[in-house]
Design a protein around this ligand. Structure first.
Ligand code: AHR
Length: 503
């Protein structure tokens, strides 16, 4: 058994936790929308065609904000195709995913579904094949109360109240050569600043997200951020980060430490934003919207899933339907630890995606919906991480990884909610073989007791939940803990994620 030590003090605060940290992402991709959230022929569909079982799971997941409608799909999307009478809506080629978009679901339908799941809409405008005018049009359609052609069109389409969408993404991954309309940072920076200025002329209170790099390995990474921020610093509020992780060549030691990469990515983007701030002598601080993050078996997609052929444009094909393992869920839990640790600067984040496509929720057409392994750390963190993130003192043994150098065996974050007095501690043991006994010094919290401790672990780190065995993996109560003399001792099994509530 390995030993590690943690000290918690509620006086040392990183920052308040924005609920938007527990956002997700719905893209018109594969079966995320069609045959995912929307399946009118399903026996459990409501009168608008949305699956009630999926709605219940999305609510249980505790998703605050949902980014929509893409993703790579966005950069070829015409928002107006998705409004008005459904029978008149065009069928379009989706070049990003080589599919046919039927446009049965658009802004009005999605906004109506969001009410059912109690989530906020974060809308993205197409800066790939479109620009300033189309961004203004969709903003007017969504947010102007009435009295103009577009706002009255929304009302005629059934939405009397404006949607009051606050957060808007200025395009998607515009640094990626795969992106329709991709260009240089100078080109994107100019388009983004013009679009942002125009949108703010309509509504100065909008919160705007500038595209950062698609991942920290992109060739222009950090320079892209610098150049686009130099152009648009005064006009935007956030710079985006995207990151997906997977084990490479069976290197689970590195994979389990993916959060180290996320930590460094966030720190680099924050440093770059603050550099631009310093050069400009600006008083304004740009925060991070980590609006795509997850485990994604991306290399598998490149080989197996990709659709090609001039005559092959399927509707809602099965794409990116990764089945997640225990190890994947432990990584997702540890990525949430990284996001929480940066709560002072990461004030919005989106688990990509929500249903069927690299998702915590899976569905079968006409059949069941179930929770993937990754569902559990997200749902419990969203439920427990309230108030502020605390600075911790963590002493952990380390191990060497091929991808990230020397990393801690244990990682942890703690949150404290002054309104209830509750403290939540989220912990991960990355060792493939050894359990850890973690001693947590809780003296500064006063007299506390453990009210709940849940662990995600399985002797088979590759175990998954599937259609045939949907409840194979879940959380189990961790009873291997005790408190004496102000020290909580808890055993963390190898490759595990644990959440403890202290009251
Ligand atoms: O989430 C899947 C895809 O990953 C998104 O469409 C894109 O933005 C990213 O590359």
């Amino acid at each position: 058994m390995i030993s590690a030590h943690l000290t918690i003090d509620p006086h040392f605060v990183v920052g308040p936790i924005n609920r938007r940290l527990f956002g997700s992402f719905v893209e018109h991709l594969g079966r995320c929308v069609y045959d995912g959230i929307y399946e009118p022929a399903h026996p459990d569909a409501d009168k608008e065609g949305y699956r009630r079982d999926v709605i219940a799971l999305v609510k249980e997941l505790g998703v605050s904000t949902i980014r929509y409608p893409g993703g790579n799909f966005l950069s070829g999307y015409r928002w107006e195709d998705g409004v008005g009478p459904v029978e008149n809506r065009p069928r379009r080629l989706d070049l990003a995913w080589h599919s046919t978009e039927t446009n049965e679901i658009g802004l009005d339908e999605f906004a109506s579904w969001l009410k059912k799941v109690d989530s906020e809409l974060m809308y993205a405008v197409n800066l790939g094949t479109r620009g300033v005018q189309e961004a203004l049009d969709v903003l007017e359609y969504a947010n102007i109360r009435s009295g103009t052609t577009l706002s009255d069109q929304r009302i005629a389409n059934g939405a009397v109240e404006p949607y009051a969408i606050r957060m808007w993404c200025l395009g998607n991954e515009m640094d990626g050569p795969w992106q329709l309309g991709h260009g240089s940072p100078e080109e994107y920076g100019q388009l983004a600043v013009k679009t942002a200025r125009a949108m703010r002329q309509l509504d100065p209170a909008l919160e705007l997200v500038l595209c950062g790099s698609s991942n920290a390995q992109m060739p222009l990474f950090a320079n892209w951020e610098r150049v686009v921020l130099e152009a648009a610093y005064d006009e935007v509020d956030y710079i985006s980060c995207h990151a997906y992780y997977e084990p490479h060549d069976g290197d689970y030691a590195s994979f389990l430490a993916s959060a180290v990469n996320m930590d460094r990515f966030i720190d680099s983007v924050v440093a770059t934003a603050d550099h631009v701030k310093a050069v400009r002598g600006s008083k304004k601080t740009i925060n991070v919207s980590f609006d795509e993050w997850n485990v994604w078996y991306h290399s598998r997609y490149a080989e197996v899933d990709r659709i090609t052929g001039i005559d092959d444009w399927p509707v809602a094909p099965r794409l990116l339907e990764d089945a997640y393992s225990v190890a994947d869920a432990v990584v997702v839990g540890s990525l949430l630890i990284s996001l929480l640790r940066h709560a002072d600067r990461v004030t919005s984040a989106s688990l990509a995606q929500l249903v069927n496509v690299i998702a915590p929720i899976m569905t079968e057409p006409g059949g069941a919906a179930w929770r993937q392994t990754t569902f559990f750390p997200f749902a419990l963190t969203s439920q427990l991480a309230r108030g502020v993130t605390l600075e911790l003192k963590l002493d952990s043994p380390t191990y060497e990884t091929a991808l990230h150098g020397e990393v801690g065996v244990v990682d942890a974050v703690a949150t404290h909610d002054a309104s209830t007095g509750d403290t939540a501690v989220f912990m991960v043991n990355r060792s493939l073989t050894e359990a850890v006994e973690l001693a947590v010094d809780v003296r500064n919290l006063g007299q506390v007791a453990v009210v709940d401790a849940q662990t995600l672990h399985d002797d088979d780190i590759h175990a998954k939940n599937t259609l045939d065995d949907p409840e194979r993996v879940g959380l189990t109560p961790n009873t291997a803990h005790s408190i004496a003399d102000g020290v909580l001792r808890i055993t963390l099994p190898p490759v595990s994620w644990t959440a403890v509530t202290l009251r």
